[in-house]
Design a protein around this ligand. Structure first.
Ligand SMILES: Cc1cc2nc3c(=O)[nH]c(=O)nc-3n(C[C@H](O)[C@H](O)[C@H](O)COP(=O)(O)OP(=O)(O)OC[C@H]3O[C@@H](n4cnc5c(N)ncnc54)[C@H](O)[C@@H]3O)c2cc1C
Ligand code: SF4
Length: 329
């Protein structure tokens, strides 16, 4: 049995108290703990204090601001995000993605903030300390080599958070509280291509909310994922799409893929192919096939997560086409 290390758990009641605690040496925020606790058991992290966000006032719940933006508290459970009528109506891709994370039990513990800030994953690192030591440590933790890309100088562990690509297609941002004040961080600039730590956010900064701006008229979206067990697993591939079709004609579109590398990847040229095509026409279907071909050309899965990379690559256009048809249908 894998055991947790000895550590302190602090239970602040306000954002200010949480920030003061996070300013201390070796402190980390702790939301649902569904990613953090397995990583602690695997000795991938060694904090001295976990700052529980469970009792912090004002961090949970879904609301719509006067401009029509969704404001989702960082500790809102994934189950609530998936089921909330305003999220389903205004950001269908996000509701679908939240509803496809892990299993029902984990979605009732795991939070949207924790999902956005999920650590990268790799078949060679999400293992016990004994397993990793036996193989030889790698760049992500305690070593100097990469087992995925021999000779590689950069960790390519995969961004594996299902909600990340959906939030990117929606133009979402994070509200981040720090000791120096609050700032808004567009998700476009959050991730960096370094699997050791792929977020441009210090571990002691606190995400208080996720903001999804009001979408264009005729907004549609979808998220689909490939995984070994439909009931449970992380994505081997995840595809989020946005199709804005005012008056039945596509005005603009976006496609973002996750679980390839350390950052979610946007498929370029999707809007060029789809814009101007009327819903339900052969012309649109041909454009959807063309976007799938672009995605196949641009996306090259690595052997960083389970699943044969060639198979995962062949599934890229299949899932892009299915997601676009689901959104446009
Ligand atoms: C068996 C299993 C299957 C899983 N399958 C999936 C899957 O299919 N798809 C998927 O995306 N995930 C999956 N997960 C991972 C995890 O359950 C989810 O990503 C979940 O949303 C994480 O949220 P959490 O609240 O539990 O995060 P935590 O574990 O509490 O935190 C995750 C990280 O975010 C930081 N953090 C959390 N909240 C904040 C905040 N407000 N501000 C600043 N930092 C913060 C923590 O310090 C930590 O680094 C799975 C986990 C397990 C155990
Ligand atoms: S991608 Fe390479 S360096 Fe990163 S966790 Fe995997 S084996 Fe380690």
């Amino acid at each position: 049995m894998l055991r947790l290390p000895q550590l302190q758990v602090a239970r602040p009641r306000t954002v200010e108290e949480a920030l003061a605690l996070l300013g201390g040496e070796g402190a980390l925020p702790f939301a649902g703990g569904t990613d953090l606790l397995p990583n602690l058991k695997h000795r991938l992290l060694a904090p001295q204090t976990l700052v529980s966000l469970a009792g912090v006032e004002g961090l949970s719940g879904v609301s719509v601001d006067p401009g029509g933006a969704l404001v989702i508290g960082a500790t809102t459970r994934l189950h609530e995000v998936a089921e909330h009528p305003e999220v389903r109506a205004r950001a269908p891709a996000l509701a679908m993605a939240a509803g496809l994370v892990a299993s029902p039990q984990i979605r009732r513990m795991g939070t949207l903030g924790g999902n956005v800030l999920l650590d990268t994953r790799c078949r060679y690192v999400n293992q016990s300390a004994f397993w990793r030591k036996s193989l030889g440590h790698c760049l992500k933790k305690d070593g100097a080599v990469c087992h995925v890309v021999p000779g590689g100088q950069k960790c390519v562990a995969a961004a594996s958070n299902d909600t990340a690509p959906a939030l990117l297609t929606l133009g979402a941002s994070l509200t981040v509280a720090t000791a120096a004040g609050t700032r808004e961080v567009p998700l476009e600039s959050l991730w960096k291509p370094d699997g050791v730590y792929n977020r441009r956010l210090a571990p002691n900064e606190l995400v208080t909310a996720i903001r999804v701006p009001a979408q264009a008229a005729g907004h549609r979206g979808a998220y689909l994922k490939l995984r070994p067990r439909e009931s449970f697993d992380f994505p081997l591939l995840g595809v989020a799409v946005r199709v804005d079709a005012a008056g039945g004609v596509v005005q603009s579109a976006d496609v973002v893929v996750v679980a390839l590398q350390a950052v979610p990847r946007r498929v370029t040229g999707a809007s060029d192919e789809l814009a101007g095509k009327a819903l339900g026409t052969q012309e649109l279907e041909a454009a959807i096939v063309a976007v799938g071909a672009r995605a196949h050309q641009q996306c090259r899965p690595l052997p960083n997560v389970p699943g044969d990379p060639d198979y995962r690559r062949e599934m890229v256009p299949v899932f892009v086409r299915r997601a676009l048809r689901a959104a446009a249908g």
